[in-house]
Design a protein. Structure first.
Length: 330
């Protein structure tokens, strides 16, 4: 493998930075994670990102030709700076990420919202490969997404197109962190699922869950709830089914609006598998009435939580990002 084929990627999270070197065939040569430690400030985080990439390059013996970074929040891909990162200490308003890292590393740096970056990963290396129209749902602490139309990832003016977790599902539902009521994210994200598990745990309706969690309510998670449902906790199964039904409404809305060939459910919560997938598919068939949906595939991500890093590596190769484009074309 020649040096001009090596690209660097960063999946920047609120608690963890995952870095990797790879190629445009989806091969990851080396990957490593370190704590974000955002409380130390953006300059410290960016300094450690640069050091991490340099160390990886030294280990593989190649200098990357470019770096792509998926960033959790609102960013300006054109100017290469952050606008508002709600899950990072000080919220990173106006941090010139591209300028700082290009000065340190000596090669091109491109930034994009983390979920749009993960959509690139699914689009380039996952089930979305060779698919013209796709919607990607990232199910985790929040719910984000990405929209691919005609083989192009839609970005919008600030790379913020695809905030599908903030569509209203229940007009008088719980308040979301964005300030709206009844958002898909407020109803179906990881914390929403955990809240339902905690409710059932406290009410004595989930004996299997209590046992799996060793009678420690802090162990309630989407994973332990999925296990309890599979072991026969009927109340947990019903709770998950209700949440998956609401998720299905959100998916159905996107299918009706865009008629994609493919809908992909990714992110950590998607590990619940068929407990989510089966109800979602059922709801889409029930609610999408304007055209046949048999040709709309709804699947779990094939690259899983690796989509963010793979997408960052793909992002690094976009020569035109930063010249005012509002879409990315693979």
């Amino acid at each position: 493998m020649s040096a001009n084929q090596i690209l660097a990627g960063i999946d920047l999270g609120g608690t963890t930075i995952t870095a990797g070197l790879g190629d445009l065939n989806g091969n990851i040569l080396l990957q490593r994670s370190i704590p974000t430690l955002s409380e130390n400030g953006p300059e410290d985080v960016l300094c450690r990102i640069a050091s991490l990439i340099k160390n990886l390059a030294d280990e593989v013996g190649y200098k990357p030709t470019a770096l792509g970074i998926g960033i959790p929040g609102l960013v300006d891909p054109t100017l290469g700076k952050t606008l508002f990162l709600p899950n990072m200490h000080t919220q990173w308003r106006g941090v010139c990420v591209r300028e700082i890292l290009e000065k340190s590393l000596g090669y091109s740096v491109r930034i994009l919202n983390d979920v749009r970056t993960a959509t690139l990963g699914e689009m380039k290396f996952g089930l979305g490969k060779n698919v013209s129209n796709m919607v990607f749902f990232s199910l985790g602490t929040g719910i984000g997404g990405g929209i691919v139309i005609g083989g192009k990832l839609l970005l919008g003016p600030l790379g913020s197109a695809g905030e599908i977790g903030h569509q209203t599902i229940l007009p008088n539902g719980p308040y979301c962190g964005c300030g709206n009521q009844g958002c898909l994210e407020a109803l179906c994200s990881g914390p929403a699922i955990i809240a339902e598990g905690v409710r059932l745990f406290k009410s004595g309706q989930a004996p299997k869950l209590v046992h799996i969690c060793a009678n420690d309510i802090s162990n309630v998670s989407p994973e332990t709830m999925a296990q309890a449902a599979k072991e026969g906790d009927e109340a947990v199964s019903a709770g998950i089914y209700h949440i998956a039904t609401l998720l299905g409404i959100g998916v159905a809305n996107m299918v009706t609006s865009l008629h994609p060939e493919l809908v992909v459910l990714g992110g950590g919560v998607s590990k619940m598998g068929d407990l989510l997938l089966v109800p979602v598919r059922k709801v889409v068939k029930q609610r999408v009435r304007m055209f046949p949906v048999d040709d709309v595939r709804i699947e779990l991500s094939s690259v899983g939580e690796g989509a963010g890093l793979l997408g960052a590596i793909a992002l690094a190769d976009f020569k035109n990002l930063g010249v005012g484009t509002d879409e990315l074309h693979l």
